[in-house]
Design a protein around this ligand. Structure first.
Ligand code: GNR
Ligand code: NI
Length: 173
C-alpha cells in the first residue's frame, strides 16, 4: 500500500471520462488499497481513481467519523440506477480543490449499482452524506467537479485562482 499524490485543479486529467474496469484483478485491488490509504492520509471521505491520475471507474469511500471503526466502501463501475425527487443541500469540498467549499443541491437518496472488490454485482440504497459523497465521486468519473455545479461566477473565480497559483509555482520569482 502507498500514499499517492492527489491531482489538483487545473490539471486537465480531472476532466477525463474514466473507462470501465473490465476485470477485477489483484492489480485493481492493489490500486483500490492505494486509493484508500491516500484518502485516509489526506484526510477525506471519498476518492476517485482519476484524482491520483488513473482514469478508471474506481471509487473508495469511508464516511465513518473518528469515534467509529473504519468502514471502507469499494465501488467498481458505479452507476446510479434510481434517485429521489427529494433533494438535499450539503457544503461540499474536494481534495483536488483544497480549501474551497460550496453548497451543492443533489438528490437526497440514490440507489447505486456497482461491483465490489471481489467483482460481485451489488446494489446499495444511500441517503444523507453517503448519497452526496457517492454522487460527488461518480461525477469525478465523468470529468465533473462540484464547482461545475456552483454559479458560473463562483466557478470561474475558483478556476482562475488555481490557474494563477499553478502558473506562479512554475515560474521562478
Ligand atoms: O473529503 C471529501 N469531503 C466531501 C464533503 C462533502 C461532499 C463531498 C466530499 S468528497 C471529498 C473528497 C473528494 O474530493 N472526493 O472526490
Ligand atoms: Ni472530489
Amino acid at each position: 500500500m502507498a500514499v499517492r499524490e492527489i491531482i489538483k485543479l487545473p490539471d486537465p486529467v480531472l476532466k477525463s471520462v474514466s473507462t470501465p474496469v473490465e476485470q477485477v484483478t489483484e492489480d485493481v485491488r492493489a490500486l483500490l488499497d492505494d486509493m484508500l490509504e491516500t484518502m485516509y492520509d489526506a484526510p477525506g471521505i471519498g476518492l476517485a481513481a482519476v484524482q491520483i491520475g488513473i482514469a478508471k471507474r474506481l471509487v473508495v469511500i469511508d464516511i465513518a467519523n473518528e469515534e467509529e471503526p473504519p468502514d471502507p466502501i469499494f465501488l467498481i463501475n458505479p452507476e446510479i440506477v434510481w434517485w429521489s425527487e427529494e433533494t438535499a443541500e450539503y457544503e461540499e469540498g474536494c481534495l483536488s480543490i483544497p480549501e474551497v467549499f460550496g453548497d451543492v443541491t443533489r438528490p437526497a437518496e440514490v440507489r447505486v449499482r456497482y461491483q465490489d472488490r471481489e467483482g460481485q454485482p451489488c446494489e446499495r440504497q444511500c441517503e444523507g452524506l453517503l448519497a452526496t459523497c457517492i454522487q460527488h465521486e461518480i461525477d469525478h468519473l465523468n470529468g465533473v467537479l462540484f464547482i461545475d455545479l456552483l454559479s458560473r461566477l463562483k466557478r470561474d473565480r475558483v478556476v482562475k485562482k488555481f490557474t494563477k497559483a499553478a502558473k506562479q509555482a512554475k515560474e521562478p520569482a
